[in-house]
Design a protein around this ligand. Structure first.
Ligand SMILES: Cc1cc2nc3c(=O)[nH]c(=O)nc-3n(C[C@H](O)[C@H](O)[C@H](O)COP(=O)(O)OP(=O)(O)OC[C@H]3O[C@@H](n4cnc5c(N)ncnc54)[C@H](O)[C@@H]3O)c2cc1C
Ligand SMILES: NC(=O)c1ccc[n+]([C@@H]2O[C@H](COP(=O)([O-])OP(=O)(O)OC[C@H]3O[C@@H](n4cnc5c(N)ncnc54)[C@H](OP(=O)(O)O)[C@@H]3O)[C@@H](O)[C@H]2O)c1
Length: 248
């Protein structure tokens, strides 16, 4: 059945951004813009030849002018034998797929808090990459603002976009990047051992000052919500997006 806002996309290029994740760039064949708010996602309706299933992916674009934007970039962790994963792994430039969206509410508010804490595991960092231009603008215009980005992966081989996050930290003193390894030892000053929750707790989250975002592994999201709720975080200052996988 045709979804509201459904349109075709054509694959332009793809490349690995970590040992397990691939960035894919799509455009609309009719050249129409692709509009979204950074942090949102699109649903992909796979061709019948790939099982006809629907899977969702966050926008990973780095884009300064969204009104003029004509690309949809996504970052997909390739699951062995996964339906969408196999489609993305084997699709060649020119391949077409139907999509719908944008959807989702993991977006920055109009008014900034004192501090954003952006927490991700794996490809869950894609929506924060899409927010980088917006965050840079806000950090430039508000010297009291701090942005903490915490990314959890198993080992350094699965880190994504770390060069971009480190460049952002070098350019903006208010931006801090932390990589957390669940199965490797840290090698540099911005790397830590353990789950993302350890670094989050080290920041002493404060519901009066902070707005926290969680994205990625559903167990990480659930465990972190349980951790933060007793200290007064509510959906007003704790936003989340679970990368739930579907069996349909
Ligand atoms: C709102 C939303 C946004 C999302 N954004 C992204 C994104 O930006 N990037 C991204 O990579 N994914 C994202 N996901 C997850 C994505 O939609 C797919 O579920 C995922 O890519 C697996 O799809 P598949 O068809 O390849 O695997 P499937 O065919 O669905 O799964 C194959 C097998 O792998 C298992 N499996 C599936 N996913 C996982 C997993 N993560 N860990 C362990 N086992 C798993 C399944 O149980 C099944 O046995 C998002 C999900 C949601 C709901
Ligand atoms: N073949 C590989 O080398 C490889 C590498 C990575 C991922 N994968 C597979 O790819 C798929 C998706 O991987 P992904 O990297 O996107 O995400 P993922 O499997 O969700 O893992 C991302 C990170 O989140 C950690 N994590 C798991 N549960 C958590 C919790 N409750 N709280 C906090 N952190 C938690 C993981 O640690 P732990 O996993 O150490 O618990 C890992 O460091 C999975 O099927 C995964 O098994 C394969």
């Amino acid at each position: 059945m045709l979804q509201k806002n459904q349109f075709p996309l054509r694959l332009v290029e793809k490349h690995f951004v970590s040992s397990t994740s691939m960035e894919l760039c799509f455009e609309r064949p009719d050249g129409s813009p692709v509009t979204y708010v950074p942090g949102q996602f699109f649903s992909f309706h796979l061709p019948e030849s790939s099982g006809g299933k629907t899977r969702s992916y966050s926008v990973a674009n780095r884009c300064d002018n969204i009104r003029e934007n004509r690309e949809l970039r996504i970052t997909a962790t390739l699951i062995p034998d996964g339906s969408a994963s196999e489609f993305f792994r084997t699709a060649e430039p020119g391949a077409e797929v139907e999509a719908s969206g944008p959807f989702g509410n993991l977006i920055l508010p109009a008014a900034d808090p004192h501090r954003y804490i952006l927490v991700a595991t794996g490809a869950g960092v894609a929506p924060y990459r899409a927010m980088l231009s917006q965050l840079a603008e806000r950090l430039r215009s508000n010297s009291d603002l701090t942005v903490e980005l915490i990314l959890g992966v198993q080992t350094p081989a699965e880190l994504l976009y770390e060069d971009e996050f480190r460049a952002m930290a070098a350019e903006h003193p208010g931006f801090v990047f932390r990589a957390c390894y669940s199965r490797a030892e840290p090698q540099q000053a911005d790397e830590y051992a353990g789950y993302v929750q350890t670094q989050l707790q080290a920041l002493s989250p404060d519901p009066e000052q902070d707005r926290i975002y969680l994205c990625g592994n559903p167990a990480m999201v659930d465990d972190t919500v349980k951790l933060l709720t007793p200290s007064g975080f509510t959906p007003a200052n704790l936003k989340r997006e679970k990368y739930l996988f579907s069996r349909l």
